[in-house]
Write a protein that binds this ligand. Structure first.
Ligand SMILES: NC(=O)c1ccc[n+]([C@@H]2O[C@H](COP(=O)([O-])OP(=O)(O)OC[C@H]3O[C@@H](n4cnc5c(N)ncnc54)[C@H](OP(=O)(O)O)[C@@H]3O)[C@@H](O)[C@H]2O)c1
Length: 372
């Protein structure tokens, strides 16, 4: 059995550590990829630092990581869209419930990707650029297009002008936000969003119409003014405090749908604490109470609000359409750019722990990437 190198999480709340794993054969609906670049998401250090408190099902050792770019080295029996030698990028879902956290994690030299969550990398994109897409793009698509969230039409779906409207995206300079702006615009919607001043031009260049500073005390008023009486088809809440802010905007603009992707407070303090117990008690109490309060407020306002799970498109019809049709077409047309820009912080599996720490320290319109 061939083997390869991986960076595993040996046990909850431990540092990533080198390991040798058996290189799997791809299942019928998978491709085996030699990984050449991975990107880091907040969820990677959240899982590392909170373990089974947040990811109850996750057994260790596990291979973390969602964002993969590389080259196909083997294809499963039913795979039709890819061939050996092709450059691809895709969403690794190994840490999800029911998946295999060793075979399907990103942070290793070889991983398996589901054909339906993989796209060819165009010639004009480097692997480092392609690696910024998978989880940010997938989460944005879940928020915008899944019927249980905003339920918007997808790029390429026919629409009359009367069906257009405004999407409010709180957190436009996040990775999820930058992808959401591009997807919403490509589907024909106007976007009003938030970003700090220094990132306003970047999010405008992705298609946002009006950009408001989320740190400004008048941010909610400014968003309402930016909507300017147009029909609001929903809001996407990204970042601490975003849920309440979006509920306020929706209540004042008549929007009725909210997709929430962030916990009410960041889990960062918990990840950094020396012991999870009892530090987790006040944090989870605040998260629980905040969630109940927001849900009650949403219900009172007649707003349908739900929490987005960025890899849930694996099991619905939207995922294959996004990855198989929409993403390749948007890339070919120049309607989808890799954003945030990759910030390559190191090379090799040994650079991954520092990369996770770098992401956790905070980024501004940058995607932390490691070259393997
Ligand atoms: N539910 C899911 O499946 C899922 C999946 C992916 C991500 N998420 C969550 O979605 C959020 C965004 O993740 P990401 O990876 O896209 O983040 P990210 O790229 O790490 O976000 C960094 C950006 O956040 C912006 N920001 C900081 N505080 C903010 C606030 N209070 N409101 C709005 N924006 C703020 C900053 O903008 P400026 O520099 O312009 O100030 C910065 O550029 C996180 O909470 C993450 O945990 C959830």
């Amino acid at each position: 059995m061939p083997v390869h190198a991986a960076a595993t999480l040996p046990a909850p709340r431990t540092a990533l550590s080198p390991a040798t794993l058996e290189t799997p054969m791809p299942a019928a609906d998978e491709v085996l990829v030699r990984v050449s670049a991975v990107a880091i998401n907040p969820v990677d250090w959240v899982i590392q630092g909170t373990g089974r408190v947040t990811y109850r099902w996750l057994r260790t050792p596990a291979v973390l990581g969602s964002d993969v770019a590389g080259e196909v080295v083997a294809v499963g029996a039913d795979v039709t869209r890819f061939h050996v030698g092709q450059r691809v990028f895709g969403l690794a879902t190994g840490t999800d419930r029911g998946r295999d956290p060793l075979r399907e994690g990103a942070f290793q030299d070889y991983t398996t990707l589901l054909e339906r969550l993989t796209a060819p990398t165009p010639e004009n994109l480097s692997d480092e650029e392609a690696a910024v897409f998978p989880l940010g793009l997938s989460t944005a698509a879940c928020a915008l297009f899944q019927p249980q969230h905003l339920g918007l039409r997808m790029p390429g779906d026919p629409a009359s002008a009367a069906e257009n409207g405004v999407v409010v995206i709180w957190g436009g300079s996040t990775s999820v936000g930058m992808n959401a702006i591009q997807l919403a615009r490509a589907a024909g919607y106007d976007v009003v969003t938030t970003a700090s001043g220094k990132n306003a031009e970047t999010v405008r260049s992705l298609g946002a119409g009006d950009v408001v500073d989320h740190r400004s005390p008048s941010a909610v008023d400014d968003l309402v003014a930016a909507v300017a009486g147009r029909s609001v088809v929903g809001a996407v809440a990204l970042g601490a405090g975003s849920t309440d802010a979006c509920l306020e905007v929706l209540s004042r603009t008549g929007g009725k749908r909210l997709a929430m992707a962030s916990t009410p407070i960041s889990l960062d303090s918990l990840v950094g604490s020396r012991r999870l117990f009892p530090a987790m008690l006040p944090v989870f109490a605040r998260i629980g109470l905040g969630t109940v309060r927001s849900n009650l407020r949403a219900r009172r306002l007649g707003i349908r609000a739900g929490f987005v799970w960025g890899s849930s498109l694996r099991d619905d019809a939207m995922g294959p359409r996004l990855w198989g049709e929409v993403v390749p077409r948007m890339l070919a047309e120049g309607a989808l750019r890799p954003a945030p820009a990759p910030l390559v912080v190191g090379e090799g599996l040994g650079a991954l722990q520092d990369a996770l720490d770098r992401q956790r320290a905070g980024v501004s319109a940058q995607k932390v990437v490691v070259r393997l």
